[in-house]
Design a binder for this molecule. Structure first.
Ligand code: NZQ
Ligand code: ZN
Length: 386
């Protein structure tokens, strides 16, 4: 195992009604100026907005709204939020939504506390922000696990770039599975698939010999697969929604990553695809990941074979590589079974020149089984064009 130091600052409130308990305990710790941040309006339609606003008012908070945070949040939106935080001397940012709202607010928090431009600070000066305006996240769509860490994924449109920005980790997170009941099933599935993807990208990092983090990870992956099937069969299955919500947090709270250098190469390619097409994150991963793994399995056959046996129930084949590849095919079958897209064309993506640009600009990750060339990435993308 790699050496590690581990702690994380997010206090989790899980379960039905958790927002009431969390806000009763947490709000008194902060001043009265609260930024209430949300997305395109689902929180208004499903009543979560009214419920939270009433609690905020009851506690005497002055609320400034930061609305309209889009899926795949932009750098411009981050700057808009940071201006609001400064202007209204915000004491607490309350992010209410899925990964996009949470990510945007994490970056807003860091930008508001920083004199310089956040992107330049991180990518030109190679510094990590150390200060931020306190924030809490109320999760309404699970999958990214964004509420569990300081990493934000932001689209910088002018630069054709989508990638990680370090922001502020939430001091507290509310995970109420009942809040996810109105999420469209397609998003429930693509979000849960994102969780599975995070687990895989963690598991397939280095070192390549299995350790406790991997053994725990296998359980989380099996659970995610089982519960995606359950929630798809019965959207009212609250046990399945609960399991998926906590699995989403477990995949990104750091526990499964202990002692590992993670892979996340698939994510880096998908993020660039998102930069050019604004596509749904989980769907983009579903299209790319099996083909990428067909390509990578020969580089780490023992690890892929273990994944095949322990998670996808593949019996031992004539060789380790055969077992590994059979596992990748089971993974691909699962994606088809749960109705996620399997080609780029199915997502409305057809532009080959753009795929070249995606390949050239994708970040390469140290934990990947192979340092991929531009040509290899382009070939993988062309393979899944459909
Ligand atoms: O905007 P509203 O109207 O709220 O609608 C949203 C949005 O359309 C809707 N939604 C959310 N809660 C709902 C609901 N609809 C009905 N009822 C509810 N309770 O769901 C749609 C998708 O929301 P979004 O937040 O965009 O999805 P997700 O949680 O999948 O987040 C995607 C973003 O997270 C990034 C992705 O790249 C993408 O930008 N990621 C962040 C990560 C992180 N910080 O650790 C890791 C991931 O790998 C990922 O890259
Ligand atoms: Zn993801």
């Amino acid at each position: 195992m790699e050496a590690f130091t581990f702690s994380y600052p997010t206090k989790n409130y899980f379960g039905q009604g958790a927002a009431h308990k969390a806000l009763a305990e947490e709000l008194p710790k902060y001043g009265k100026h609260v930024l209430l941040a949300y997305g395109g309006g689902s929180v208004k339609r499903n009543g979560i907005y009214d419920e939270l606003l009433a609690i905020l008012k009851e506690q005497g908070k002055e609320v400034t709204e930061f609305a309209g945070i889009m899926s795949n949040p932009t750098y411009r939106k981050v700057q808009e939020g940071a201006r609001l935080v400064r202007e209204h001397k915000i004491d607490l940012i309350l992010a209410v939504g899925g990964g996009s709202v949470s990510d945007c607010c994490k970056a807003v928090s860091a930008q508001a506390a920083l004199e310089e431009d956040l992107y330049d600070y991180e990518y030109a000066k190679h510094k990590v922000p150390t200060a931020g305006v306190p924030m809490g996240v109320i999760v309404t769509a699970s999958g990214t696990g964004s509420e569990q860490n300081a990493g934000a994924v932001i689209t910088y449109e002018e630069k054709n770039w989508k990638g990680p920005l370090w922001g502020t980790a939430a001091s507290f997170a509310v995970l109420d599975p009942y809040y996810t009941k109105t999420v469209p099933m397609r998003q429930v599935i693509s979000g849960a698939f994102d969780t599975l993807s995070h687990c895989l990208e963690t598991y397939l990092g280095t070192p390549r010999e299995p350790n406790l983090s991997d053994v725990m990870n296998e359980s989380v992956m099996r659970s995610v697969i089982e519960n995606i099937r359950k929630v798809k069969a019965d959207p009212e299955d609250m046990q399945a929604r609960s399991e998926l919500m906590w699995a989403s947090a477990m995949a990104e709270n750091g526990v499964l990553k202990l002692g590992k250098v993670t892979d996340f190469q698939c994510h880096m390619i998908e993020h660039q695809l998102g930069a050019y097409t604004d596509c749904n994150h989980g769907c983009g991963l579903a299209v790319i990941q099996p083909e990428l793994y067909r390509h990578l399995a020969p580089e780490a056959p023992a690890q892929f074979a273990r994944l095949a046996r322990e998670v996808f129930g593949v019996a031992e084949q004539e060789s380790e590589l055969a077992t590994a590849l059979a596992g990748v095919e089971k993974f691909a079958d699962f994606i088809e079974e749960i109705g996620l897209p399997t080609t780029l064309k199915a997502m409305g993506i057809e532009d080959k020149a753009m795929l070249h640009a995606v390949a050239v600009t994708s970040i390469r990750t140290p934990g990947c089984a192979k340092k991929l060339t531009d040509e290899e990435i382009e070939e993988i993308l062309l393979h899944v064009l459909g």
